[in-house]
Design a protein around this ligand. Structure first.
Ligand SMILES: Nc1nc2c(ncn2[C@@H]2O[C@H](COP(=O)(O)OP(=O)(O)OP(=O)(O)O)[C@@H](O)[C@H]2O)c(=O)[nH]1
Ligand SMILES: [Mg+2]
Length: 384
């Protein structure tokens, strides 16, 4: 799939801000769009396309939390929404649930894509615990509608998203949270735009997050320096979404994506995959993809999309979808995911078992029946 085939749409204020954060992150022209009822929010956005909907109904002032108004606004401008989807092979929708626009218009965009036979994924945040009951209810109502309309819904409660930044001050936490979520969207974009890359086609991605497999959640870790594999895996498992890794045990499917420099080693990948596989259940379908960027020397971003039938803490499979307080500790700080503004070329990791390599002519180092001279990922049958 070419980069131009994928449309990344931010709906409403939060969705628009997250997508806006992607602009300029990769050298290829990203097809970004923002759809909103709020003229000021649109004016501030650097997205390639901007669509103000419902100008006769919302008068460019947003819906003020009125999802009915959002839906009518989408109805009024349904033709424009359909037009935006022209010549698109995949749509990634990003929205903050709880607002009047994001909670209603995201569904309409997804439905329009569905009618045009365009596969979709939707990344959505859930309101903070401290937000109003009305917002929580709006989000709760939107989740089943979105699930019905999309090939894969990936939910992140804002409480967990912000906990993962390790930042207290709102002025620092918001940009960090947006950047983290944006990078996860970008990781998906990379998988899609590199044909043949571990067979991660649009439908493979949708498989990971398809409704039958439960509710898909997202976790990530970013590290620099030595022992990147080990630290990334440790940080990932400490992510508020994963409950120390326990949440992976009953996941049906897990998609692991690694963005790193050319200095990424097989040992790093083994160090990442071994604890992740160990945390997953026996029947969990685990897939990995990598993206190598020469600018990312000593730097690694690890992203996991995982689908869990019972839902997540804070995101139950049925009701309620609103976050309960947890005692999760935040993982270490998430740094600016792409300070260089450049991105890399994805490679196929050709990691089929290649025998005992330089240990071919030596006696095996056996422990519990395992030959320790064979890399861990081969011994454990981890597919890369
Ligand atoms: N992650 C993140 N979440 C946000 C941000 N702003 C708002 N939210 C969340 O997103 C929800 C929806 O807020 P908005 O996106 O501003 O609302 P909207 O979709 O524009 O809808 P209206 O303004 O009511 O028409 C809120 O309830 C918050 O939980 C943001 O900058 N980042
Ligand atoms: Mg708004």
């Amino acid at each position: 799939m070419e980069s131009n085939d994928i449309l990344i749409v931010g709906v409403g204020g939060a969705g628009g801000r997250i997508v806006q954060g992607l602009v300029g992150l990769v050298p290829e022209p990203l097809r970004t769009a923002m759809i909103d009822t709020d003229a000021d929010a649109l004016a501030a956005s650097g997205c390639v396309s901007k669509l103000q909907i419902g100008s006769h109904l919302a008068h460019g002032k947003g819906t003020g939390g009125d999802a009915g108004l959002g839906r009518r606004a989408a109805g009024e401008d349904s033709e424009m929404i359909r037009g935006l989807l022209t010549d698109t092979r995949m749509v990634l929708v990003v929205a903050g649930l709880g607002g009047g626009t994001g909670s209603s218009v995201a569904v309409e965009v997804l439905k329009a894509a569905g009618l045009a036979d365009i596969p979709t994924l939707c990344f959505a945040t859930l309101p903070f615990q401290f937000e109003s009951k009305g917002r929580a209810e709006l989000a709760r109502g939107a989740v089943p509608e979105i699930r019905e309309a999309t090939d894969g819904l990936i939910l992140v409660p804002n409480d967990k998203l912000f906990k993962s930044t390790g930042k207290e001050a709102v002025s620092e936490a918001f940009p960090k949270a947006e950047a983290s979520l944006g990078m996860c969207v970008l990781a998906v974009w990379k998988l899609l735009t590199k044909p043949g890359y571990l067979n991660a086609t649009a439908s493979d991605l949708a498989q990971v997050a398809k409704p039958e497999r439960g509710i898909a959640g997202l976790a990530w870790a970013e590290v620099r320096g030595r022992r990147r594999g080990q630290s990334a895996a440790k940080q990932l498992l400490a992510h508020p979404m994963l409950e120390g890794g326990a949440a992976l045990a009953d996941c049906k499917s897990v998609l692991v994506s690694v963005v790193a420099g050319e200095d990424l080693t097989l040992k790093d990948l083994g160090d990442i995959m071994t604890p992740i596989k160990a945390a997953c259940g026996e029947d969990t379908d685990v897939t990995i993809g990598t993206s190598i960027d020469p600018e990312w020397k000593s730097h690694l971003l690890l992203t996991v999309i995982a689908a869990r039938p019972g839902g997540w803490s804070g995101v139950a499979a049925s009701r309620p979808v609103v976050e309960q307080p947890t005692s999760d500790e935040p993982p270490p700080l998430v740094e600016n995911p792409n300070p260089t503004g450049r991105t890399g070329v994805q490679t196929i990791m050709q990691l089929e078992p290649a025998g005992r390599g330089r240990f071919e002519d030596t006696d095996p180092t056996l422990q519990n029946g395992e030959d320790l001279d064979i890399p861990t990922y081969q011994r454990r049958g981890i597919k890369l």
